[in-house]
Design a protein around this ligand. Structure first.
Ligand SMILES: [Fe+2]
Ligand SMILES: [Fe+2]
Length: 189
């Protein structure tokens, strides 16, 4: 196994098409996406324990999406001859005061991730790395969707706050969400 690792490392070094600064930043984004997955899985567990299976389903799908985001970046770094080095994933929060508080935290987290993606695009422009810039555009669009979907649920939770049965209806709606792998959406591979 060790021999194989060494062989691939040498091979990678000989074909690097990505700057070290960009590689390091994308490597950091792999961690950020995996942290997002971990955070949403933590929220999934919170909703499971509250017997809100639909909300838990939404979070489970969201977790899968975030892992797919991490893998998309992982694959890109490899494709450009870079080496991904996995770092520790921060422990996520495990309790929220209410479904609204949890979704408020989703929205705030997605805004933070949008900031990270924007910084990566800024770096790609600075480094004149056109390939990275084009690759990152998928994530720019994805973040628009991510923020909008979290915001829509926050608004619905605010609407149903005092209505009996509202939470139950929203739970049934969120139970419908299915995971669609990014490649199947017609995006770049
Ligand atoms: Fe993501
Ligand atoms: Fe996200």
């Amino acid at each position: 196994m060790l021999e194989n690792t060494a062989r691939y490392t040498v091979c990678g070094k000989g074909n690097t098409m990505i700057g070290e600064k960009m590689r390091k930043s994308l490597n950091g984004q792999v961690n950020a996406e995996l942290y997002s997955a971990y955070l949403y899985l933590s929220m999934c567990a919170y909703f499971e324990s509250a017997d809100l299976a639909g909300f838990a389903n939404w979070m489970r799908v969201q977790t899968q999406e975030e892992v797919a985001h991490a893998m998309k970046i992982y694959d890109y770094v490899n494709e450009r001859g870079g080496r991904v080095v996995l770092e520790a994933i921060e422990k996520p929060v495990s309790e929220w005061d209410s479904p609204l508080a949890a979704f408020g935290a989703v929205f705030a987290h997605e805004q933070k991730v949008t900031g990270l993606i924007n910084e990566l695009v800024n770096l790609a422009i600075e480094e004149k790395d056109h390939a990275a810039n084009i690759f990152l555009q998928w994530f720019v669009n994805e973040q628009v969707e991510e923020e909008a979907s979290a915001d829509a649920i926050v608004k619905k939770l605010k609407l149903v706050a005092d209505a009996p049965g509202g939470l139950y209806m929203l739970d049934a709606e969120l139970a419908q969400r299915l995971f669609t792998p990014p490649a199947a959406e017609g995006g770049q591979k």
